[in-house]
Design a protein around this ligand. Structure first.
Ligand SMILES: [Zn+2]
Length: 153
């Protein structure tokens, strides 16, 4: 397996992977150096992590490709975590904009109510102006009527 580029999880991500050379630690917390199989045979040259005290004091042993698999899994887990937190972030953003829209909406409602109230007041005052005019007109009519009555006499 080619490392890195073949992983389906590395595409379109600009974020850097926390990719220090894998620190493989053995059972007694010793950093195990990468070694190669020295004895003759089909696996000669195959690389592995082994405790410096292996095999006498510590039985820790891991093939390099196994560690790569572990790394891959850890990376996938990391990606998953990141995706989840991205989703959470997006969700929070959406909730925030919903909240803002709601606020805006209620403000608009307030404005509409205010406008309606204002209009009602205006309408009322217009009505009262009309009523005043009617009253003046009626008074004028009665004066004219009075004058006409006086003239006829
Ligand atoms: Zn060890």
């Amino acid at each position: 397996m080619a490392s890195g580029s073949s992983s389906p999880f590395s595409r379109s991500r600009s974020r850097s992977i926390p990719s220090s050379p894998p620190l493989v630690k053995c059972f007694h917390d010793e950093i195990t150096p990468l070694r190669a199989v020295k004895f003759h045979g089909p696996i000669r040259g195959k690389r592995f992590y082994g405790c410096p005290y292996w095999p006498r004091m510590c039985g820790y042993f891991k093939w390099e490709d196994e560690v790569d698999e572990v790394k891959e899994l850890q990376f996938m887990l990391f990606e998953k975590d990141t995706t989840i937190s991205e989703w959470q972030y997006e969700k929070e953003c959406l909730e925030e904009s919903v909240k803002k829209l709601k606020e805006k909406n209620s403000k608009l409602e307030d404005d509409v109510n205010e406008l309606a109230l204002e209009n009602a007041v205006k309408f009322e005052s217009m009505e009262s102006v009309k009523a005043d005019k009617k009253l003046v007109f009626a008074m004028l009519l009665s004066w004219i009527f009075f004058a006409v009555v006086l003239l006829i006499k």
